[in-house]
Design a protein around this ligand. Structure first.
Ligand SMILES: C[S@@+](CC[C@H](N)C(=O)[O-])C[C@H]1O[C@@H](n2cnc3c(N)ncnc32)[C@H](O)[C@@H]1O
Length: 368
């Protein structure tokens, strides 16, 4: 049965974008290159065939159209944590030397216009499918505001047979008031594959207490209890178990040393699980709403190649800073690190911000 979600002015075809596509091959230009390998200076980075991790500063619709040129069927794992239709713009307080000012990390207000929110995601999910590799997985993070709609959109674009999991991230440490409802304490991460053959690494986690379990074995294709020579069943002690689809991971707290001050920063343990499940070393991982760069940092730590993007300058500032700090700390232990390139298209505002040295500044960012 075909069930489709319809909203006001839903646009299903990409015809208007074909014009955009024409001018995208040359759209983004890199403005910064980083390598910490002493054998690699800027010139070698520029000439070599070495993979370069990419961070795009711009609207991800444009980034995706740009990537279609060279990355069709190439991304092994996509994770996105987009705005949730929360009706809030996320404010931050910034300290630069002795000056303080307020700004907005990102916008999620939408003026109650659910149609434009859904269209925004719909357009992008169509393109995610195009750049996802044939064995790739996509993880889409959302919450009660829109996860029920997003699942129908994913069913439409990827097909309901490509549904893999509905992961519940239970954050037990976030205070949530609810007078006439139960406090809301979970997010939803929907997982879909592009085909029926996809990378999926099972993860085992420690049990709270070791457990006595019947030993079982396959006999002629049937799972049976293993017995000793006297016909008695055999027990074994198990200390771990397969990880299921309810994940108990805390929300990031300002006291954490990983805390960046970016509102809605996700916990690195969450990203570690996702990246380990859906990719292997050397695979290409992408996050097109990368915020403070949690996915990029974890991809780097887990030796994956990566592409990140975000529209907010604070996001690019923090992602760049986190990655460079991490690299500074490990440079003595590794032989080779893939360079990072940062791309944008240079409108006046961006040119001014780059030339003001914004990315090199020492800013302290706090959630307001
Ligand atoms: C929920 S936050 C991501 C937080 C991130 N997972 C982290 O751990 O920090 C959503 C991000 O999406 C970005 N964003 C929203 N619309 C975008 C667009 N059209 N293109 C690129 N990024 C966008 C926002 O700037 C924001 O940084």
């Amino acid at each position: 049965m075909d069930i489709k979600l319809i909203w006001e002015n839903k646009k299903e075809n990409l015809s208007k974008w074909e014009d955009l596509e024409k001018y995208h091959p040359d759209f983004f230009k890199s403005f910064e290159h980083h390598s910490f390998n002493s054998n690699l200076d800027y010139k070698t980075i520029n000439n070599s065939k070495l993979w370069r991790n990419k961070l795009f500063w711009g609207d991800n619709l444009e980034v995706l159209l740009f990537l279609l040129n060279n990355f069709k069927d190439k991304i092994d794992l996509i994770y996105i944590d987009p705005p949730f239709f929360s009706g809030t713009n996320y404010q931050i307080k910034i300290k630069e030397s002795d000056n303080f000012y307020d700004s907005i990390a990102y916008y999620d207000y939408w003026n109650r216009d659910l149609s434009s929110y859904l269209q925004m995601l719909y357009d992008r999910i169509i393109l995610f499918k195009k750049i996802l590799s044939k064995t790739g997985l996509i993880f889409i993070h959302s919450d009660w505001h829109a996860s029920h709609y997003i699942r129908l959109i994913l069913d439409e674009i990827f097909g309901e047979k490509r549904f893999i999991n509905n992961i519940i991230w239970y954050y037990y440490n976030k205070y949530s008031a609810g007078k006439k409802n139960l406090p809301r304490a979970h997010d939803t991460i929907l997982v879909y594959s592009k085909s029926n053959k996809y990378t999926f690494n099972q993860i085992r986690i420690p049990r709270e207490k070791p457990r006595k379990q019947l030993k079982r074995e396959m006999v002629n294709g049937v799972l049976k209890n293993t017995k000793d020579e006297n016909g008695h069943v055999i027990y074994r002690i198990v200390t771990d178990k397969k990880m299921d689809d309810v994940w108990r991971i805390p929300c990031m707290q300002p006291a954490s040393k990983e805390w960046t001050g970016f509102p809605t920063q996700k916990h690195h343990d969450l990203l570690e699980r996702i990246i380990k499940i859906g990719s292997n070393e050397g695979d290409l991982v992408a996050d097109f709403f990368c915020g403070s760069g949690t996915s990029m940092l974890m991809a780097e730590k887990l030796k994956r190649r990566w592409i990140g993007s975000d529209i907010s300058e604070y996001s690019i500032y923090l992602t760049r800073k986190r990655l460079l700090n991490y690299r500074k700390n490990i440079i003595d232990q590794v032989k080779k690190i893939n360079p990072i390139e940062i791309y944008t298209h240079f409108d006046e505002q961006k040119k001014n911000l780059i030339s003001s040295g914004f990315f090199e500044k020492d800013l302290k960012i706090k959630r307001k």
